[in-house]
Design a binder for this molecule. Structure first.
Ligand code: PEP
Length: 256
């Protein structure tokens, strides 16, 4: 598989962090540090920060994303946000199926599929998260599980729509724990996801799709991870809240 046909994407997942003034300050600090990035740079921020961050990032190379959206267009879904609402604001990306949504908010493979389809239909780019729990890895079912999550999430997603999908391989045991998958482990599972895409959509789609690694990626380990042939950047939690660290990761992805 030819890595140079794909653009690496480094996306920050700010999770439930930062007030509006803090968000503005973080983007202002990041802007000059990532201005020469040779990869796509995205900040996925809390809903309350979207307007602030869209404004602060204007004229820069930082793209803005949300961390979830609902699958219905509108209606009686208290506390939810629709894909159309995000698009109307100027948001470009949305994370779907993050393991914290799956663990704490009842997200299932089926609802991940519904949200993915709704987001794509509205014109958003989707960062679709898949990944195994520690017990799955210990039971030797990582490859099958991740392939299954990928297949279900992409059910009835067309080849044309797939062009707006990035897949983030995020082993759950590595998220926010400081335990990173080895570069070989990350590459191996990203390759399994690519093979799954090849089986579903063919060779060209598999070669073109961006597959990120996520899970305690930081300024120290990013270079080795993003240099792997099947790893096209990263989804970054904790380290995306520190502009200098995030910039080092962006530099690592630029060098590939
Ligand atoms: C994430 O939230 O997707 C993530 C990978 O978090 P962290 O980098 O903190 O492990």
């Amino acid at each position: 598989m030819k890595k140079d046909v794909r653009k690496a994407v480094i996306a920050g997942n700010w999770k439930m962090n930062k007030t509006r003034p803090e968000a503005k300050a973080l983007i202002e600090e990041m802007k000059p540090l990532v201005a020469n990035a040779g990869c796509e740079v995205v900040a996925c921020v809390p809903f309350t920060n979207l307007e602030t961050v869209l404004e602060a990032a204007k004229g820069s190379n930082i793209k803005v994303g949300a961390q979830n959206c609902h699958f219905e267009k509108s209606g009686a879904f208290t506390g939810e946000i629709s894909a159309d609402m995000l698009v109307e604001m100027g948001v470009e990306y949305v994370i779907i199926g993050h393991s914290e949504r799956r663990q704490y908010f009842g997200e299932t493979d089926e609802t991940v599929n519904k949200r993915t389809k709704a987001a794509l239909a509205a014109g958003l780019k989707v960062i679709l998260c898949v990944g195994e729990m520690l017990a799955d890895r210990e039971n030797g079912i990582t490859d099958e599980l991740v392939a299954m999550q990928t297949k279900i999430a992409l059910k009835n997603v067309s080849a044309e729509e797939l062009k707006n999908v990035i897949i983030a391989y995020e082993p759950v045991w590595a998220i926010g724990t400081g335990k990173t998958a080895t570069a070989e482990q990350a590459n191996e599972v990203c390759a399994v996801i690519r093979a799954t895409i090849k089986a579903l959509y063919g060779c060209e789609a598999a070669e073109g799709i961006t597959i990120q690694y996520g899970g305690s990626m930081n300024a120290k380990n990013a270079a080795e991870l993003v240099a792997q042939p099947d790893v096209d950047g990263g989804l970054i939690g904790g380290a995306s809240l520190k502009a200098p660290d995030f910039a080092v990761i962006v530099d690592a992805a630029t060098k590939g």
